[in-house]
Design a protein around this ligand. Sequence first.
Ligand SMILES: [Zn+2]
Length: 219
Amino acid sequence: MSSLSERMARETIVEIARRLHARGWLAAADGNISLRLSADNILITPSGVHKGFITVDEICRITIDNGVIEGKPSTERLMHLAVYKNAPKAVAVVHAHPPAATAWTIACPEMSELPADCLSEVILAAGRIPFVPYAQPGTQQMGDHLLPFLPDCRLLILARHGALAWGESLSEAYNGIERLEHASVTLAHAKMIGGLTRLPADEVTRLRAMRAKMDGRTL
Ligand SMILES: [Zn+2]
């Protein structure tokens, strides 16, 4: 461990991993978290380790070109590298398996994004939340399928798999997972109770225009 700031970065990754597990947004060794320390130096969680019990010394280090410097990094790291290469503002990536968000892609494979135009807060805080087409685990597809959505979208739901959020800080990326799963639960409840109703089209247009004037961060 080379510096105090890296130590703090590792501790924050561990804290986020435990929170994701505590919220039920991943099971056992699922999910991965990364943080870019410099242009070519990325911390990432290890492969095959339960994220509820992870320790700072288990965090791995990789390069932007998928070189392994330290540890046995996540097999899903190609998603993280695709984000860092195609979204220059990205400093952190959080990938988890939140159940409600994932369930939308199983129940509604014909949809291309979460029906966020039912909820004003989602439009303002996150913009569109697309469904990324299915990719076979551990393959280059996992990174390639993200490319059409980068750098415009910071919140992505991965078909039949989970969700990914990136941000200019770890807290922004974590907030993104929280935001999309909360919206997914709310919309699922609405669908079960009686069906989805959209905001009026002109109101959606106004809200999207307000979002466009913001700096793109997830709130
Ligand atoms: Zn995964």
